[in-house]
Design a protein around this ligand. Structure first.
Ligand code: PMP
Length: 382
């Protein structure tokens, strides 16, 4: 398609032809043999991606926000439990809003934008107040900050609280080792590091999280109640609500690609790609919103050099075939957000950096020719 643009927004990420072909495969019966196989296999593969040996995965039509609701409501007794939200920016605040919408008592620790909540602050809160659930964003998509979730997990575990991680901008690109760390729920979505089109709410529940759900007589949810979904996930010939068959076929293909690449290789590739993008942008004079110790492998948030206009820059880049996103909330106009996740290739990175360099030159900010691409290539092909 000649009008296709390289999507380097922080999700959806580019969907490769193998996955698009699977999306275009025939619509089959939602309870027929193809779906029984592909949905079952997708649940197992998703558990592998987050290193969950026991437990169960849930795959439902929806977005990451539905996964957030699903995770919270299935392990929280709104009459008794208090939850703690660790917010690295925009999406932690959303988690707190969801708590508010369902009347769940909660506290929130908010990091300054670009920083992460310090493990010490988490420990201090846990020492003062008994929490039933602690929820943290892994990578905040507004700030590019990657939280130390393994460290958080080690602090939460002795308190007895369940630990829930929002992996929407991390799962499949950055390790989330549910059994080892431990994490009780990874909630996520299809459209970022997993490389599938948007449209699926995903969550993996540990045995402990499942036990908690089973202990709750009633939760304020119907579609998001995992007790309605689990029989279908175990045996997709059963019916609860018609699964989005074509999306699931595409997601199954996306998971096959991930496991073919290998999880550790994929995590290393994301690290390398992140370093390459940042090296290229630094060579062009960009600095970053995110604290250097918390830079995410999956997206970057460069600050514009003095005098570069956000709208003109992004329009110029779009005309050269690359789509990036603007800053959210208080960062609007001052930064842009560039995703480097999913099935993005080294050639895509080089193409994007070259387009960024030419766009800046077009706006009168010419630097040394090819400096971004040269800096990136050093990281991509050491
Ligand atoms: N959490 C994080 C960290 C996200 O980045 C997003 C989406 N950008 C969401 C939750 C919400 O996902 P969705 O837009 O699919 O509802």
């Amino acid at each position: 398609m000649s009008s296709a643009k390289l999507l380097m927004i922080p999700g959806p990420s580019p969907v490769v032809p193998r996955i698009l072909d699977a999306l275009a495969a025939p619509t089959v019966s939602h309870v027929g043999p193809e779906m029984v196989h592909e949905l079952r296999a997708s649940c197992e593969a998703l558990k592998q991606v987050v290193f969950c040996g026991g437990g169960e995965a849930v795959i439902a039509a929806g977005g990451g926000t539905l996964s957030m609701e699903m995770a919270l409501l299935n392990v929280t007794d709104a009459a008794r439990d208090r939850v703690l939200v660790l917010s690295q920016g925009y999406f932690g605040r959303r988690m707190a809003d969801i708590c508010g919408a369902f009347g769940v008592a909660h506290d929130i620790i908010e990091a300054e934008w670009g920083q992460v909540v310090s493990p010490g602050e988490l420990a201090a809160h846990l020492a003062k107040t008994p929490y039933a659930v602690v929820l943290s964003t892994h990578v905040d998509t507004a700030t590019g900050a990657c939280a130390p979730v393994e460290e958080y997990a080690k602090i939460v575990a002795p308190s007895g609280a369940l630990f829930v991680v929002d992996g929407v901008c991390a799962t499949g690109g950055i390790a989330e080792r549910m059994d080892a760390w431990p994490i009780d729920i990874v909630l996520t979505a299809a459209q970022k590091c997993l490389g599938a089109p948007p449209g699926l709410a995903l969550a993996v529940f540990s045995e402990r999280a499942l036990e908690k759900r089973r202990s709750l007589p009633r939760i304020p949810a119907y579609y998001a109640d995992i007790l309605r979904w689990l029989p279908v996930m175990r045996d997709p010939a059963k019916y609860f609500s018609t699964p989005c068959v074509n999306e699931i076929r595409a997601f199954y293909e996306a998971l096959r690609i991930i496991l073919e690449e290998g999880l550790e290789a994929r995590f290393a590739r994301h690290e390398r790609t992140g370093r390459a993008v940042r090296a290229g942008l630094s060579a062009l004079g960009f600095t970053f919103l995110t604290d250097p110790g918390s830079l995410a492998a999956t997206l970057s948030v460069p600050r514009y050099p003095e005098g570069v206009d956000d709208a003109a820059f992004r329009a110029g880049l779009y005309a050269r075939g690359v789509v990036v996103a603007g800053g959210l909330a208080q960062t609007a106009g001052r930064v842009f957000r560039i995703g480097h996740m999913g099935n993005l290739t080294a050639d895509d990175v080089v193409f994007a950096l070259d387009a960024i360099e030419r766009t800046l030159a077009g706006l009168g900010f010419a630097g040394e020719a090819d400096s971004a691409v040269r800096a990136a290539k050093k990281e991509l092909m050491p």
